[in-house]
Design a protein. Structure first.
Length: 402
């Protein structure tokens, strides 16, 4: 993957390029970015940039050797590249994830009880997954390899395999690169890697890609140089949806504004762009404030039958409407350009709820999405959420979030 295929992040790309060009490349980097920000695609692009023959000025074109017919004029210094060429043999192999000097490590599961799985056991699935879902998260990956409810891990056996591979001599590029995705899944076994990270063999590069700094072993964290990958802007996501999914600008911007800097979430929303979330919100609020318990139970039964991803998207969409309502209150009805149906609904929410109530509802919706992600029982969760929203709106009180 080249830098040009990574969405946005122009400043980060330039920073990484300068690290290589100015010979200031640390031997252990931590790419830290929230889900959907593109930390993993950025790491893949950076690994390809490092091994690119034209970037490293390797091969016959870079070093022609002495002339057979006497000394020739020295060749002009080749221009510095800000991206991998995509044409040399190293780039071709890196793009197919088949470069012998780039190794990958990621959470995996045993194929059968008693197995001691290694990342290389899943390399075919990894290549396919990266080709289809480069912005996917750990849940997407584990479902892709059939984990269902199993927990993925980077085990002690994987750490031993990493040590073995990185102590071998590089085959082609002069560099040995380990790209380790989700170091949060390294248990205490990760301490096996400390000596290797602290005193690596020559020309060895560690690229760790993480989402949650707090869950990484402190001993590993202290030995890496941090590269922060910021969340994508609404405009960057909208442009990507327009270019890659051929969306109209209005629809692309609408989806981008809901996704909150998360391109994976934008793609999920795109897959369900035909869902009538406004009607579902309207039914819920009518059941809570007007129609009573029987309607509430029916609504909860219906929404609990939706898949987990749809339930999360519905909660995100409701949050989006509330955030638009708050902005309309603060900035005036003409300050935002919104689809007419959303604007009308947001204005109705402002008549129904105050700032404090809207803030309390947003917190409850965020909490619900968090628990859905962790396999909470949907029917119980939405029943409890319905009762909380009733108390927030009908009694004109805000619940204290403990």
């Amino acid at each position: 993957m080249s830098f040009k295929k990574v969405i946005g992040q122009a400043d980060t790309k330039q920073h990484l390029v300068e690290m290589v060009q100015q010979n200031k490349l640390a031997h252990a980097l931590l790419f830290l970015g929230k889900e959907g920000s593109g930390a993993l695609p950025m790491a893949l692009a950076f690994a390809q940039y490092v091994v690119c023959e034209k970037v490293n000025r390797r091969g016959a074109a870079a070093d022609p050797g002495p002339s057979l017919f006497g000394d020739a004029e020295p060749a002009p210094e080749p221009a510095l590249l800000n991206d991998a060429c995509g044409e040399c043999a190293a780039c071709q192999k890196a793009q197919q994830m088949m470069h012998p000097d780039i190794h990958y490590s990621y959470p995996v599961i045993p194929r059968k009880p008693g197995d001691k799985p290694l990342s290389t056991d899943y390399i075919s699935e990894w290549r396919e997954f990266m080709g289809q879902y480069p912005y996917g998260n750990i849940y997407d990956w584990l479902q892709f390899i059939g984990a269902e409810n199993k927990q993925g891990n980077i085990t002690a056996y994987e750490c031993n395999d990493i040590i073995r591979k990185l102590n071998l001599k590089s085959f082609e590029s002069g560099f040995k690169i380990l790209l380790l995705w989700m170091p949060e899944y390294l248990g205490n076994e990760g301490n096996k890697l400390l000596k290797l990270i602290e005193e690596p063999p020559a020309d060895t590069l560690f690229i760790l890609v993480a989402e949650n700094e707090a869950q990484i072993l402190a001993t590993i964290l202290s030995r890496t140089q941090l590269v922060k990958i910021p969340s994508l802007t609404t405009q960057e996501i909208a442009n990507a949806l327009g270019d890659r999914a051929n969306l109209q600008p209005d629809q692309a911007r609408q989806i981008a504004s809901i996704s909150e800097g998360n391109y994976r979430e934008a793609l999920q929303l795109l897959n369900h762009a035909g869902e009538d979330w406004i009607s579902l919100v309207r039914e819920w609020l009518n059941a809570i404030l007007k129609n009573g318990p029987i309607s509430q139970v029916k609504w909860v039964d219906d929404v609990s039958k939706l898949g987990r991803e749809k339930q999360k998207q519905f909660l995100r969409y409701f949050n989006h409407l509330l955030e638009m309502a708050i902005r309309l209150q603060a900035m005036g009805p003409d300050a935002l350009t919104l689809p007419e149906a959303e604007k009308d609904f947001a204005l109705r929410l402002n008549k129904l709820t105050s700032f404090a109530q809207q803030e309390a509802i947003i917190k409850e919706l965020d909490n619900a999405a968090y628990y859905i992600e962790r396999n909470a029982n949907a029917k119980m969760l939405f029943h409890a959420l319905t009762i909380k929203l009733y108390h927030i709106m009908a009694t004109r009180q805000t619940l204290t979030v403990l």
